[in-house]
Design a protein around this ligand. Structure first.
Ligand SMILES: Cc1ncc(COP(=O)(O)O)c(C=O)c1O
Length: 455
């Protein structure tokens, strides 16, 4: 029988993968991480698009110390705090449209769960207690979090499979994934058929039963940084408005500068009704997330029952909010949204060289959020057999060269979710040209070695 004692470093932890050996990280500085054995890694994916301001930022450590020394915890059912008030004001100023109200949480799954409860609450307030609106439409090959409600929204089949029988069944529509259109069409001749699926689904299930549509502006973990066609979200907005449902943008991965704009929806000047955010707003220094909502939704709650029946013990935690404020200060002070845009252009220029590698099928993304799709045959787009674990092979080759990337698989096809390999490169937004050149050099070498193993 396998025993945890047989595996170094396993100890008492139930790791995500009990067969893998995990390096023990001792510290981080800037874009670098260091382990107990003296190895150095470039954090080429910011953990999971989290550590956007880099590691070891002293201003944040000092802000944490100050807040923890003053008061670390107050419960949001009785008190508010200056960091919570100030952070809400900052977020309201950064979000698009009239998303002037903020509900705090501790991470992305709590954020997306909160958005759908908020959407239903909006209709309870405006249509009354008998409103049938309880469905939320989402997309295939999406990721909205690991709690059961968030998995029910998630369209990435490998993350659903084991829990399918426990999930509330919501409609899933085609993603905007032009490299491998799920509908077998080509943009722009398709007439945005993937967006039209939302309209068709609303007609099928009855718009009166639907509270919201949720989508990642740029599909992240489940698909590998896939942006939609430029006119996609304007069409989604039109359909949501025409059928009277709310549009939720899940900006957990893309928010706060990752894609070269403050929020990814800013690329297309489309304002959602609700935004979910987390990751980069705490930048890994504290578990922190938020839901930003429009004036209309806040007014419905305020003028209706007066309460949003929802919350978590750590909602609006003063310590986490003080970190969030300091992270936003750092982003501002170092002009990191602009840096993400400019260094993103430099990164994509460099990544063009990967096109010489026979296992690179597609390179896509925006800002410092780049996805690379792996193929067995570039001409036909044929995938590697899932048993080979191509994304994992590439990741291991990167790790061996001191580069951390973020792999994923199972995003090809309709409902089988077995094929397809990709990985994301998303370094801290503090990178300069030298950092990017070093990242791409290591990546090229890793992909070269992986191609030899895989083909
Ligand atoms: C778009 C998106 N939504 C939600 C989540 C869940 O966030 P968390 O892991 O912080 O709960 C993630 C995490 O990767 C994500 O990328």
């Amino acid at each position: 029988m396998f025993s945890c004692d047989d595996a170094p470093h396993q100890g008492n932890i139930l790791h995500r993968n009990m067969r893998r050996e995990y390096p023990v990280i001792t510290h981080g500085r800037g874009i670098y991480l260091y382990d107990e054995d003296g190895n150095e890694y470039i954090d080429g994916c910011s953990g999971a698009m989290v550590t956007n301001i880099g590691h070891g930022v002293q201003e944040v450590a000092e802000a944490m110390y100050r807040q923890a020394s003053a008061v670390s915890f107050t419960h949001s059912s009785r008190f508010t705090s200056r960091p919570m008030i100030d952070l809400a004001e900052r977020i309201a100023a950064l979000t698009p449209g009239d998303l002037n109200h903020v509900f705090f949480v501790s991470g992305g799954s709590e954020a997306t769960e909160s958005t759908v409860k908020l959407a239903r609450s909006f209709f309870l307030e405006t249509e009354g207690p008998d409103t049938p609106r309880s469905k939320v439409i989402s997309r295939l090959h999406s990721y909205h979090g690991g709690t059961l409600g968030a998995v029910a929204l998630t369209g990435h089949i490998p993350r659903r499979r084991k829990y399918e029988s426990m999930l509330v069944q919501f409609p899933l529509i085609a993603p905007a994934y032009c490299y491998r259109c799920t509908l077998g069409l080509t943009y722009p001749d398709c007439g945005l058929a993937c967006a039209q699926e939302l309209e068709r689904t609303l007609q099928e299930v009855g718009p009166e039963n639907v509270a919201a549509f949720i989508a990642e502006p740029i599909s992240g973990a489940a698909a590998g940084a896939v942006p939609p066609p430029d006119d996609y979200f304007a069409e989604i907005r039109r359909i949501c408005d025409e059928y009277g449902i709310l549009f939720i943008a899940d900006e957990v991965m893309t928010g706060f500068g990752r894609t070269g704009e403050q929020f990814a929806m800013d690329h297309w000047d489309v304002a959602p009704d609700i935004i979910a955010c987390a990751k980069g707003m705490g930048a890994g220094y504290a578990p922190l997330g938020a839901v930003a909502l429009s004036d209309r939704i806040a007014a419905a709650v305020e003028e209706g029952s007066g309460s949003f029946t929802h919350g978590f013990t750590y909602s609006g935690n003063p310590l986490a909010c003080s970190v969030g404020l300091e992270v936003l200060n750092f982003i501002d002070k170092h002009d990191l949204v602009r840096n993400s845009r400019e260094m993103g252009e430099f990164l994509f220029g460099k990544l063009a060289s990967l096109e010489d590698n026979p296992i690179v099928g597609d390179v896509r993304g925006k800002g410092l959020f780049a996805g690379v799709e792996l193929v067995r045959d570039r001409a036909t787009g044929e995938c590697f057999p899932p048993s080979i674990g191509a994304a994992e092979v590439v990741t291991q080759q990167c790790m061996a060269r001191g580069l951390v990337v973020y792999p994923g698989s199972g995003m090809v096809g309709d409902r089988s979710g077995t094929e397809g390999d990709q990985f994301i490169v998303g370094p801290p937004l503090t990178v300069d040209r030298n950092d990017i050149s070093e990242i791409v050099d290591r990546l090229e070498a890793a992909l070269g070695a992986a191609a030899q193993k895989l083909l």
